[in-house]
Design a protein around this ligand. Structure first.
Ligand code: URA
Length: 298
């Protein structure tokens, strides 16, 4: 629009000069300005109108695309006061959308890399009154939520955002982004047990995919080991269950890395804003290929 006003401004100055010479030129100039403005408005509307309602809801961060479709089918979504159940409904810029009676506002997207401390729950609220990850973001006005989850006692890297679309991409099992953990266990891992973890462990929800596993150190006095493990899945309590399945109790668990992102200089409870480059890179990593293949082909 700014560009349009500038053009109009230039047109006005030019037409002022031309005015003295010919009224015909003034008419030509104003017609071209008006049609330029119309074409801008048209492009804007076409772009906005091409978005489906469930996609707009998912982008707002309140639900995944599938959940948004469920909400629509269950009559929980209204547009301009009318219940919309049609999944193909295209949103117009002037549409007032409400989900379960709450207006959907298009917030600016925000992205944080958070160092979750142990003893904090990865959800927006807790009925037991425990500290939640949102307690660490009191000044953030946007409705952010964690991408994926870490157990109550697990510390480490957790992304927080209000971008539901990116969150869905990152957590989608199809692309298997690598997550790297440091585990402190009671006891000593034999070579065969390391191989077992590397090959995959049979859990109640199926066999885990091959993992990268390396024993970093063993403390003879305390009889504890520090193990580095990289997994490509995000099953519930996966790392703890893998170790438990071969007879080890996990004493401490920390997520050190998610794909190319690390905790860097952050201390527990601190966060930083992701850079534009990191956000772009995350999108690439989350959509280009199945990252497990890189590892399995090695
Ligand atoms: N695996 C677990 O067992 N816990 C976590 O929090 C993350 C991965």
């Amino acid at each position: 629009m700014c560009f349009f006003l500038k053009i109009c401004g230039i047109c006005q100055i030019r037409s002022h000069f031309i005015k003295k010479e010919s009224n015909f030129f003034i008419q030509i100039m104003s017609i071209s300005c008006i049609s330029y403005e119309r074409s801008l408005i048209y492009k804007y509307e076409v772009k906005k109108m091409s978005e489906r309602l469930q996609k707009v809801i998912a982008r707002s961060g309140i639900a995944s695309r599938r959940k948004a479709e469920e909400l629509m089918l269950n009559g929980k979504v209204t547009v301009n006061g009318q219940v919309i159940r049609t999944l193909g409904y295209k949103v117009k810029p002037s549409d007032a959308i409400e989900v379960e009676g709450i207006p959907l506002t298009q917030e600016e997207k925000v992205y944080f890399l958070f160092y979750k401390p142990a003893g904090v729950i990865t959800s927006a609220s807790d009925d037991k009154g425990r500290k939640t990850v949102l307690d660490f973001f009191p000044h953030v006005k946007e409705r952010i939520f964690p991408i994926g989850r870490l157990d109550y006692q697990t510390s480490g890297l957790l992304l927080m955002t209000n971008d539901g679309e990116l969150a869905n991409l990152i957590t989608h099992p199809r692309y298997g982004i690598d997550k790297s953990y440091i585990v402190k266990i009671k006891g000593y891992l034999t070579k065969e047990q390391v191989k077992q973890l590397q090959r995959g462990i049979m859990l109640e929800d199926g066999k885990t995919l091959p993992a990268r596993v390396k024993v970093k150190s063993y403390d003879r006095k305390r009889n504890t080991s520090i193990v580095h493990i990289v997994i490509w899945e995000g099953r519930n309590r996966q790392v703890r269950r893998m170790f438990e399945a071969i007879g080890f109790r996990v004493e401490k668990l920390k997520r050190e890395q998610l794909s190319f992102l690390t905790l860097g200089y952050l201390n527990p409870g601190e966060y930083r804003v992701l850079t534009a480059h990191e956000i772009k890179q995350l999108r690439v990593v989350a959509t280009t290929k199945d990252h497990r293949l890189d590892y399995m082909q090695k």
